[in-house]
Structures are given as C-alpha cells and as structure tokens.
Design a protein around this ligand. Structure first.
Ligand code: SF4
Length: 166
C-alpha cells in the first residue's frame, strides 16, 4: 500500500479548500493501493486554513524542535504539523505502507523543496514535517513532480506492474 497526499488524489484538502488533482495518480487510484492522507487535517487544522510555512528551517529541524511552523498571521502550528506526521506514521504501521507519494513544496508533504518561511514563494531544499518523519523511518518518499507512469506502476506492485506492462 502507498500513502498519497490526499490533495493529489483530488480531495479538497488544500489550505484554500481546493485540491492539487494529479491526473496520472488519479488514473491509478482504482487499483486500490493508495491510502489518501492529509497530515494537516489529521493534525487538527481546519480546511480552508491559513497557508503555513516552516520558518527558517526544514521538517527535520521542526521534528528536532529547532524551528517552528507558522500560519500567515504568525500563528504557531508546529504541534498540529507534528501531530499530523504522527498520525500518518500510525497508518504506515496499520496498512503496511511501502512508499509515499507526496505533494512537493508543502510544509508537511514537501519531498525535495519547501517554502522558506517568508511567504514570498521562495524555496529552500528540504522536506516537510511528515515527509521528514517518513524518510527517517525508511519509507521511500516520492514527489509528484517528475513522477513517471513507469515509476508509478513499478511502485504499485508486481501484479499491477505485469497487468499494465503487457
Ligand atoms: S498537507 Fe499535504 S495532503 Fe494536505 S493539502 Fe497540504 S500537501 Fe495536500
């Protein structure tokens, strides 16, 4: 089973009440191997909600208590992002998760880059809080950006792989 950022599957989990529907990922949702998760909702944040960024650090540093996550008006939401990541880890154990496909640039889900905390669309290298915890737990994480169909079918398992590569 594969954890997927809920917004990529077309669920309106995003801070502005919209989704980041990803056609290729949606195409394979009926295979039944995806577990949609939104760490920010699982951490108790509402939808819609204020946009959140990690201030002066990365998800790894949030987990170490070295920096915080804040909403646009300065409200601290570090506990909610950590709670969301913790809930996702429960699902990892519950569903025998083998990989995660996550939304790039999010302070929870970002895989290669996140916003820098200035709310000016500037990026820094690093993971969001949930992505960082998954990585620490040796769950392979993939960004939706640059994800190929071949790679996705490969992740879905040998039976699905055989069916789609005949
Ligand atoms: S926290 Fe992750 S799943 Fe939820 S809306 Fe943001 S990017 Fe999507």
């Amino acid at each position: 089973m594969i954890i997927v950022s809920a917004c990529l599957l077309g669920l309106n989990a995003k801070y502005d009440g919209k989704s980041n529907a990803h056609a290729l990922i949606q195409k394979y949702s009926s295979v039944g191997r995806f577990i949609p998760v939104c760490p920010e909702q699982l951490g108790g944040l509402p939808t819609p909600r204020a946009p959140v960024e990690i201030i002066g650090g990365t998800g790894q540093q949030v987990l170490l208590g070295r920096c915080v996550a804040q909403g646009l008006q300065g409200e601290v939401v570090t506990p909610q992002l950590i709670q969301g990541a913790t809930e996702v880890m429960k699902m990892v154990k519950m569903f025998k998760i083998t990989a995660a496909i996550l939304k790039e640039r999010s302070p929870s889900c970002g895989v290669h880059h996140i916003y820098d905390g200035s709310f000016t669309h500037k990026l820094v290298p690093g993971q969001g809080v949930t992505a960082a915890l998954l990585k620490e737990s040796n769950i392979p994480i993939y960004s939706e950006e640059g994800l190929t169909e071949e790679q996705l079918v490969g992740l879905l398992g040998e039976d699905v792989n055989a069916k789609f590569t005949k």
